[in-house]
Design a protein around this ligand. Structure first.
Ligand code: CTP
Ligand code: MG
Length: 221
């Protein structure tokens, strides 16, 4: 079975608010991108990697991959306006004979072999997609634009979903039509009628959104 990873790193990082894209924010003394790239490259389940870089940052992204000695990086492409556009750009570089595609956010640097193994395993049971998640612990409320609570949403069965997300390659290709949009790839596969399973995620897969997240993740490394 050949497994290809698409590492999406093309976001602007507006909420982090630096003078550079989030993938090039400093995690310790390295660019953030180095950590997930090194981890995926070292993961025994991953055969090839497509790196999706921000516009005008393709060369620095390739340089990070070279400095890390990431031999599995087969292509580096320019991302798009939205995350879905960036995934589409990456998917176009995945070879037609790939059986499984793993999509991972560079903004979640601490990806581990264990979580990759957990999302890959159920694909052989016929699931179209498998995503890591954590059960929601806090009470959920839908809040209007004036701050007023509109409803309390039952928390039972609610999970917060992370990446890496694993897909049967043909299911992801079918779902990723030209204008399909969702906040994660699994949403597209679900909308296309695919069966998606949630497995145990990892709190360390926290997504870097703010400076405080960077400090937390640097301490967890
Ligand atoms: N991403 C991408 N292309 C985009 C938007 C996002 O490749 N057009 C990637 C980001 O690089 C990140 C992941 O998708 O690894 C999750 O996105 P998010 O955390 O929202 O990152 P940014 O969009 O960069 O941050 P912000 O929303 O604060 O601008
Ligand atoms: Mg974003």
């Amino acid at each position: 079975m050949s497994v290809w990873a698409i590492l999406v790193a093309a976001g602007r990082g507006e909420r982090l608010g630096l003078d550079r894209p989030k993938a090039f924010a400093k995690l310790g003394d390295e660019p953030l991108l180095a950590e997930p790239l090194r981890r995926l490259d070292g993961c025994p389940w991953v055969d090839g990697i497509v790196l999706v870089a921000p516009p005008d940052w393709e060369e620095p992204a390739i340089l990070v991959a070279e400095e890390e000695g990431c031999a599995k990086v087969q292509a580096c492409v320019t991302g798009g306006e939205t995350r879905s556009d960036s995934v589409r750009a990456g998917l176009a570089e995945v070879p037609a004979d790939a059986l499984v595609v793993l999509v991972h956010d560079a903004a979640r640097p601490l990806v581990s072999d264990d979580v990759v193994e957990r999302v890959l395993a159920p694909l052989s049971e016929g699931w179209d997609g498998v995503v890591p998640g954590l059960p929601v612990g806090d009470t959920l409320k839908r809040v209007g634009s004036d701050g007023g609570v509109e409803e309390t949403v039952p928390r039972d069965g609610m999970w917060a979903v992370q990446t890496p997300q694993a897909f049967a390659a043909d299911a992801l290709r079918r779902a990723q039509t030209d204008d399909a949009e969702a906040t994660d790839c699994a949403g597209l596969v679900e909308a296309a009628g695919g069966r998606v399973k949630v497995v145990e995620g990892d709190p360390r897969l926290l997504k870097v959104t703010s400076e405080a997240d960077l400090e937390k993740i640097a301490a967890w490394r």
